[in-house]
Design a protein around this ligand. Sequence first.
Ligand code: SAM
Ligand code: DTB
Ligand code: SF4
Length: 366
Amino acid sequence: MSEERHNWTQEEILDIYNRPMMELLYEAATVHRAYHDPNTVQVSTLLSIKTGGCPEDCGYCPQAARYHTDIEGNDLMTVPQVKAQALRAKASGSSRVCMGAAWRNVKDGPEFDQVLEMVRTINKLDMEVCCTLGMLTENQAQRLAEAGLYAYNHNLDTSEDYYKDVISTRAFKDRLDTIDNVRKSNVTVCSGGIIGMGESLKDRAGMLVALSTLNPQPESVPINALVAVEGTPMEDMEPVPIWDMVRMVATTRIVMPKTQVRLSAGRTGMSREGQALCFFAGANSIFAGDKLLTTPNPDVGEDMEMFRMLGLTPQKAFVKAPQPKTVESGESALRPLGEKPRWTRPGHSIERNEAATARTRHGDPS
Ligand code: SAM
Ligand code: DTB
Ligand code: SF4
C-alpha cells in the first residue's frame, strides 16, 4: 500500500478528481478499505461557545460582524453549560466535541482560561475534545495540549490563489503558521475546506495539494459544502452538486489515505443515497446534532436511522491513527498515472479486500 505521500502535484490531483466516476469510486473505496474499517464512522458534535461578532471578513461566514445576517450572537458559554451539552452529545453517540469561537485569534486572559477549563472538563468525560478558535501562538497550542485537547480545527478553506478572493483580513500563510504551531504540540491537526464558493477545479486541487503536502498530513480533513447564508457576500451561490462532493471526498481519501475525512457542512441538502456514496468514497466522519455552529444540520435521529440502514457504527473515542491492513507493502491501491485500470486484471485484489473486511467484522484489526 502506498504510504503517505507529500509531493502530490495539482496536475496529479486534478487527474484523479476528473477520472470516470466508477473508476474514481473504486480507487477511493480500495484505499479506504486498506486503511479503515468501512463500516465505522466517527461522529463529532459542534458547539458554538462564542457566536457572532467576528472582526474578520470571510466571505462565506454568517458570524462576521460586518455582514447583516440574522444569527443571534452571544458571550462565551460557561463551563457548566458546555459540560451539559457535551454529556448530551455523548449520550447520542458522539465521541468528539468540537468547540467553535467566532474569534480572529486567541487572546491570553480570562476567556482563554475559561476555554482551557472547558477542555479539561470534556476530557474527563472520556470524549475527544477539539477546538476551533482562530489563530494560535505556539504557547497557546501548548497550553491547550496540557489541558487535554485532542484536535485543533483550522481550515485552509481553499487554494492559496483563491484565498485572497474569499478573505482579506488575514493571509493563507497565517493559516499555515497556526497549523505549524499546533503541530509543535501533541494536539492532532484537523484542517480542510469548503467547496461551492465559486472556486475552480484547480483551486479544489490546489487546496488538496496544500493539505496533502503537510508533513505529517492532517489527522482529519473536513470537507464542507458552502451553506449560502443570506446577508453574506456568498448568499447567492448555487448549491454544490452531489457529484462534486463525491469527487472531492474520493480525491481527498486517495491523496490522504490515513486521514479521517469528515463530511461536514451542507448535509441538509444531501439525500441519504448521496451521503452513502460519500461514505463509500471514503468519508468516515460526520458532524451530528441539529445545528452546526449557526446553521441547520440533519436531526440526530435521522442520522442514526441512516447509520442503521447502511450498517454503519459510530467510532469509539481515541482510536489511534490507522495503518494499512489489506494490501501488501510496496503495492499501491492507487493506479499510477498512465497504467491500465486494476479491474482489467483478474479480481485477486477484490478477494483480498473482502477477506480483510470479514476479519475486521470479527474484531481482528490486523
Ligand atoms: N473563527 C475560527 C476560524 O475561522 O478558524 C473558527 C470558526 S470558523 C466558523 C470554522 C470553519 O467553519 C471555517 O474555517 C469554515 O471552513 C467553516 N464555515 C464557516 N461558515 C461556513 C459556511 N457558511 N459554509 C460552510 N462552511 C463554513
Ligand atoms: C468545519 O470544517 N466545519 C465546521 C467546523 N469545522 C467548525 C463548521 C461549519 C460551519 C457552517 C456554518 C455555520 O453553521 O455557521
Ligand atoms: Fe470569523 Fe472564523 Fe467566521 Fe472567519 S470563519 S468570520 S474568522 S468566525
